[in-house]
Design a protein around this ligand. Sequence first.
Ligand SMILES: *Cc1c(COP(=O)(O)O)cnc(C)c1O
Length: 432
Amino acid sequence: MKLAINGGEPVRKKPFPAYVTVGEEEKKAVCDVIDSGCLSKYLGAWHEQFNGGEQVRALEQEWADYFRVKHAIAVNSCTSGLYCAVGATGIEPGEEVIVSPYTMSASATAPLVYNAIPVFADIEEDCYCLSASDIESKITSRTRAIIVVDIFGQPYDAEAINAIARKHGVTVIEDAAQAPGAMLAGKHAGALGDIGVFSLNYHKHIHSGEGGVIVTDDDELAQRCRLIRNHAEAVVEGMGVSDLRNMIGFNYRMTEIEAAIARIQLQKLAGLNSKRFDNVAYIEKHLSALPAIQTPAVRPDAEHAYYVHACRFDSDIAGVHRNDFIQAVRAELPHHELREQEGVKLGAGYVKPLYLQPMFAKRMAYGSQGYPFSESQVEYRQGMCPVTERMHFEELFAHEFILPSMQQNDIDDVISAFQKVWNYRDELPTHT
Ligand SMILES: *Cc1c(COP(=O)(O)O)cnc(C)c1O
């Protein structure tokens, strides 16, 4: 048999089903909002409508109940939520925030919005979240916060990292964009740190097109996030706020339509996740039979939410480099419907370690003179997070064939593709 990458017949040509979670219920909820005539009810002044309209407030209540937190604050994206969270800590320009290099870029760049300096720590070899011991080695007297990420759906090491944070008096901001429904020791991911942020963008477990939700048990952080979300500078006086640190507001407001959709989506989360877990169990049973593939570890006492299924590939065992192997599997498989432009949802590595992005590598953020990096000794250079680099460039591969839209026969084709490339890997360039 010839591999598709060498001109052979691919295992499957028919696109995989689209992952569409919105339907009649969302349509009805949207129509109800339109019939009400009120698509957003925010006022950017101290007023009873400062905190938004009926749908936004209902979503916040339901979200807080579901994730068992005191406050939920809806925003227009997880990115804006992270900006709110960083500002709410009262951070000073030039202070440092420890971040992960292996995440969506917003989780590492959020400190820059406040002219604070991201400091990259390395990730764990098995779970890919920030490493507690590497965080500890990066803490200085300038550290104000740590932005941990529940990457790929794996809860961060809350026990160790929260203890380090308490010891040094720094705030833990949890980016739970990829982990709604993940749990650690009976608590929801998102609620494991001092303040957490979820995403409701189109790519996430549940979505409202765009959107985000901040969660916290801390009254003060919550109030400051609500202020930053909605024109703080115009509100503080009327509200009687005397602490003016970072009270420059933005407009991070979610509309009533998005909130109405998000409320329905939240009701679907548990069901969608349970189908996702079944798909993970099924594909793992077969993938783990291939000696070079290691399926994801799950932190003790955790439930993983599998935003993507991030596995490891051992090129020495295979005799073929990960990149060549994964390229060959991709060639055997089709894209997902509605996502043609994104290609086959399987890739070698995840995102390039963020400190290699031009903004960091060339130390150029605001204007042309390198501000705020020019005020700091913090370095960004190749080699600074060796585990991240090894995972990204050599070992890790991630795929989305576990989406709830995938049926068993679809996954069978994925498994056949991996098995075929494994069996005929001597058609690929040899790894030395
Ligand atoms: C998607 C994502 C974000 C950004 O979410 P938006 O809602 O698109 O702003 C942030 N962090 C992580 C880890 C993500 O996966």
